[in-house]
Design a protein around this ligand. Structure first.
Ligand SMILES: [Zn+2]
Length: 360
């Protein structure tokens, strides 16, 4: 893999072009009259009732919402006047979000026990375009192109984990209008948070307790249990395993684990990254074969740094969909949204069997 080509947008945002073998990135100057960026576009407010930070990013209300296809800001813009990406073509491109939820550098203090606590929303939000093809999807990328996206994730994770004050790097994709995607162009996002997100904090706490009681890693033992049980395994190769988790919360949910403990994607070998790409793509292709239309989904890369506090973290991907039948979506209602008590209408073993039938 060759190093990405660096570029700068009209308002100073960083951009990186990742190219397929034999291709050369050819950006042109971004000539749009963009407004100066707000150095602190958001606030973190501390919710003392839950001990969790909430990001208040009010300016995001103005962001681009479902533009017509001929005005897509993620399609190539050869003139440097019409798009976020000033180039006649590209393979994979990453750039800082114009409407970030987090920006700037600094550290978030341990919140005091009283008063209304608000601090600048430090961190970084990036957009990653998987392909210049507006109507494509990750599942439809060729293996070499999909591997390039994985390489971009690896590169960004390594870079962003080094930023001062960053506790967690989250690569993710929201796909489908059903889950509120505002741009149809195939793309994902990368958030660098200045604190541990609530779900990650809970999972690490569970894993720390498990280590004290059993002397081993929670995630590794769970993976071994899923493999031994076998009823929910979707795919199992030398280096990776995909399964529907025993206590799946979503109508379609698949987790992909490497067969050995690594904290994040940067610790995977080149061979492992190759195999990961193929399995990830295979699972997404099965998703799209489940119904007559492509499955809306969320994809979440769970990553950890190598500090003592995150030592038990085990890199894995959690994929989930709200589609529970050809015509019905699962909405998060009171039990889920107010109480975080999930109710699933489908049997995880039945979902696993259906996904196994979709194998090629
Ligand atoms: Zn587009």
């Amino acid at each position: 893999m060759t190093a990405p080509t660096r570029w700068t947008l009209a308002d100073g945002r960083d951009m990186l072009f990742f190219t397929l073998p034999g291709h050369v990135a050819a950006p042109v100057p971004d000539r749009r009259p963009l407004a100066e960026r707000d150095p602190t576009p958001s606030q973190l407010r501390y919710d003392r009732t839950t001990g969790q930070w909430v990001i208040i990013a009010a300016q995001r209300q103005d962001r681009t919402y479902k533009p017509p296809p001929d005005q897509c800001p993620l399609c190539p813009g050869p003139t440097g006047l019409t798009s976020e990406i000033p180039a006649a073509d590209y393979d994979v491109v990453v750039f800082e979000n114009r409407f970030p939820s987090l920006a700037g550098a600094g550290t978030v203090p341990n919140p005091p026990a009283e008063g209304f606590v608000a601090v600048p929303g430090y961190g970084r939000c990036e957009v990653i375009c998987f392909s210049a093809d507006h109507s494509g999807s990750f599942a439809e990328l060729g293996p070499t192109h999909a591997r390039l996206v994985v390489e971009a994730w690896r590169h960004r994770t390594a870079d962003l984990l080094q930023l001062p004050g960053i506790d967690q790097v989250f690569c993710f994709e929201n796909r489908g209008e059903e889950i509120g995607v505002t741009l149809a162009h195939p793309h994902g996002q990368i958030y660098a948070y200045p604190y541990l997100t609530p779900r990650t904090a809970i999972m690490l706490s569970q894993a720390d307790q498990y280590r004290k009681q059993h002397g081993s890693n929670l995630f590794g033992d769970l993976l071994a249990d899923e493999i031994a049980d076998g009823r929910r395994i979707i795919a199992h190769s030398e280096k990776f395993t995909a399964f529907v988790p025993f206590a799946a919360r979503w109508p379609v949910e698949v987790h992909i684990y490497p067969n050995r403990l690594v904290h994040n994607i940067t610790e995977l070998t080149a061979d492992e990254l190759d195999e990961f790409t193929l399995m990830y793509r295979d699972v997404l292709q099965r998703f799209d074969r489940l119904y007559s239309s492509p499955l809306p989904y969320l994809s979440a890369l769970h990553q950890y740094n190598d500090t003592e506090a995150q030592r038990e973290g085990y890199f894995h991907v959690e994929l989930m969909s709200i589609r529970r039948s050809a015509t019905k979506l699962k909405y998060l209602a009171s039990s889920e949204s107010a109480m975080d008590a999930f109710i699933s209408d489908v049997n995880p073993e039945a979902v696993a069997a259906r996904l196994c039938e979709q194998a090629t």
